[in-house]
Design a protein around this ligand. Structure first.
Ligand SMILES: NC(=O)c1ccc[n+]([C@@H]2O[C@H](COP(=O)([O-])OP(=O)(O)OC[C@H]3O[C@@H](n4cnc5c(N)ncnc54)[C@H](OP(=O)(O)O)[C@@H]3O)[C@@H](O)[C@H]2O)c1
Length: 305
């Protein structure tokens, strides 16, 4: 038997149901992964609670849940995918990662997990890591930049702060005042989000923001414009309809082809760490979603099977 999280109606975490089912079998061109860890992203529960957003992502009910996973290939139908039984893998699939077993095929994003990166960490890398990488690369962050990162302590933010620091940029990150020590440990100079952000940044000693990425809403994008950062040096990943015109909306799809190698190499070299805020077993998927939907996660939330 195998467990799978599904939702049959759109709504809150209470709509997420853990079902027992026969173990799925891979068809031609597919492989089966014994999932060990699922890295949650806000898009997971945004999709399961919003029919219109789900439709935009090609998801219809009944549906599986969650995108990012890590585990071990435990059955292959043939060798065409390039994986063998026993291979450790991680990646992202469309709204069906939360399960004991997952069928992967040629349209899914799947990487081999490097030795030295545990599955819980690997399960967090695809959406958040690639989105952070894209958010920095579309604005051309370099070592001469001071980059303002909005929502710097969240799942995407922890990657963005550390990747920008690896490039050599100076980082100012927004978070609640109580999150300041967490951001400092990551390498960012913290500043509280909220009213008068641009003026408060101007008052910071030596702060001259040259690029910005808004990982939460629009406040950071607006503050950057007030600070005279050019539109083409401001990126954003959320609140798309309310963004100032000219700000660069981006996503994981814009990440460079080698972006994941940079992330995993940095982890292996001890230059990038993934703070895992909390772990939940699969049968507590609703609690995991409640925790993440509160929007004050520092790093990533992981569900284990
Ligand atoms: N376009 C894409 O491809 C893409 C990909 C991934 C994510 N996203 C979107 O990007 C957003 C961020 O994703 P995520 O995974 O980083 O989310 P997350 O982990 O849920 O973000 C939580 C963080 O948001 C911070 N926060 C709360 N209120 C804030 C505010 N008013 N201003 C700034 N920061 C605030 C919190 O800091 P404190 O605890 O200090 O309050 C917390 O660290 C989500 O809307 C997600 O859907 C888009």
């Amino acid at each position: 038997m195998s467990r799978v999280v599904i939702f049959e109606r759109f709504g809150g975490p209470e709509q997420l149901l853990l079902r027992r089912t026969v173990e799925p079998r891979p068809g031609p061109g597919q492989a089966r992964v014994r999932v060990t860890a699922i890295g949650l992203n806000p898009m997971d529960w945004m999709i399961s609670s919003d029919a219109a957003l789900a439709a935009a992502f090609g998801v219809s009910i009944p549906s599986g849940f969650a995108h990012d996973f890590a585990g071990v290939v435990d059955e292959i139908a043939d060798t065409s995918l390039g994986f063998a039984a026993g291979d450790r893998v991680f990646g992202s699939v469309s709204s069906r990662a939360a399960a004991d077993h997952l069928i992967i095929g040629p349209t899914d994003i799947v990487y081999r997990t490097p030795g030295g990166i545990p599955d819980d960490v690997a399960s967090t890398l695809t959406v958040a890591g690639l989105t952070a990488s894209a958010a920095l690369s579309v604005i051309g962050v370099s070592s001469s930049d001071t980059v303002l990162i909005g929502g710097a302590a969240g799942g995407v933010g922890v990657f963005a702060v550390q990747l920008a620091r690896l490039i050599g940029a100076t980082v100012i990150g927004t978070a609640a005042s109580t999150t300041a020590p967490f951001l400092r440990e990551l390498g960012a100079e913290p500043i509280s989000y909220g009213p008068d952000l641009a003026n408060r940044i101007s008052a910071m000693a030596g702060a001259h923001v040259s690029a910005a990425t808004d990982l939460f809403g629009t406040e950071t994008a607006h503050a950057a414009l007030t600070l005279r950062v050019p539109h083409n040096r401001i990126s954003a990943i959320a609140a798309r309809s309310a963004l100032p015109i000219g700000v660069l909306l981006t996503s994981a799809r814009d990440a460079a082809p080698h972006a994941m190698d940079i992330i995993t190499d940095a982890i292996l070299a001890g230059q990038l760490r993934v703070p895992i805020a909390e772990k939940f077993p699969l049968d507590r998927i609703q609690d995991a979603v409640i925790a993440q939907a509160a929007r004050h996660t520092h790093g990533k939330i992981v569900v284990t099977t």
